[in-house]
Design a protein around this ligand. Structure first.
Ligand code: SAM
Length: 264
């Protein structure tokens, strides 16, 4: 008897390949709740476990896959409403026109865990540049999901929490054991939904906002008076901010206000 995955190339660790088992695909699809009039972007299509059910239920799926051994097979099996884009999602060049042409999209992904955070940052960038992302339902390592949801003052609160929560409401939908994947990862997984919204509160210069957040969290155990110097050697805090606070106690709104003080 032929084994179900007999002709598949071995999973590649460097691409974070952990393929979802069918019973969990169904749960994930239910959690996503795709509709017939929707267009999807999928990041990391693998063997199409999620791509095909999405294609059956929606208008259009644009599926990105980095692995050159997988992309041709996907393309060969793709129904008419699926476009397979071979290549690294992080390296894709999207012109403003490309972003407009996508129209309103939803994102779905069983993310490669080694690059989950950069992919989320890329989605934030694309949203800022005009890609109209309604939401992104993504599978992640549980620890990363915890960081996405973390409130100020918690141990997990950091760069990912602040930058993502600035542009999206985050909700945890599912928890998955290692056995939900083949090969099984060593970690627990979770599915979260990011509902995108305009940056809240708005910031006058997003690069300054991001730069400050990334800098001060390199010194998360220090006080803000000290941590801000990771952003600029001579940087000092505005009077409204108590310099004895630690970076992890600042709310997203406070980071935004601080960034605006630096930007002007
Ligand atoms: N969607 C499939 C599933 O659920 O079974 C595969 C999920 S697997 C965790 C992640 C997939 O993302 C792999 O197929 C991997 O080759 C692909 N991948 C990894 N890095 C990528 C990148 N930077 N851009 C696009 N695809 C990537």
């Amino acid at each position: 008897m032929m084994r179900p995955h007999a002709r598949r190339p071995p999973a590649k660790k460097r691409f974070g390949q952990h393929f979802l088992e069918p019973v969990w695909v169904n749960k994930l699809v239910r959690a996503i709740g795709p509709r017939a009039d929707e267009d999807f972007i999928e990041i990391g299509a693998g063997h199409g476990a999620l791509t095909w059910p999405l294609a059956e239920r929606t208008r259009r799926v644009t599926a990105f896959e980095i692995d050159e051994d997988l992309a041709p097979g996907l393309r060969a099996r793709a129904p008419g409403n699926v476009t397979v884009v071979a290549g690294d999602f992080l390296e894709q060049v999207f012109s403003d026109l490309d972003l407009q042409e996508f129209g309103q999209v939803r994102v779905a992904a069983n993310l490669p865990y080694n690059v989950a955070a950069p992919i989320l940052f890329r989605l934030l960038d694309l949203a800022t540049r005009g890609l109209r992302i309604g939401d992104a339902t993504v599978m992640l390592q549980r620890e990363v999901a915890d960081r996405l949801i973390a409130p100020p003052g918690s141990r997990e609160y950091g760069v990912l929490s602040v930058l993502v929560q600035h542009q999206a409401d985050v909700e945890r939908l599912l928890a998955l054991p290692p056995g939900a994947f083949r090969p099984s990862p060593k970690v627990q997984s979770a599915v979260v939904r990011l509902r995108f919204h305009p940056p809240q509160p708005p910031v006058s210069d997003r690069r300054v906002f991001r730069g400050i957040v990334q800098s001060v969290f390199t010194r998360r155990r220090k006080t803000m008076s000290n941590a801000i110097r990771a952003y600029g050697e001579k940087a000092t805090l505005p009077a409204w901010l108590d310099g004895s606070r630690r970076p992890e106690t600042l709310s997203v709104a406070e980071f935004a206000r601080l960034a605006d003080d630096f930007a002007t």
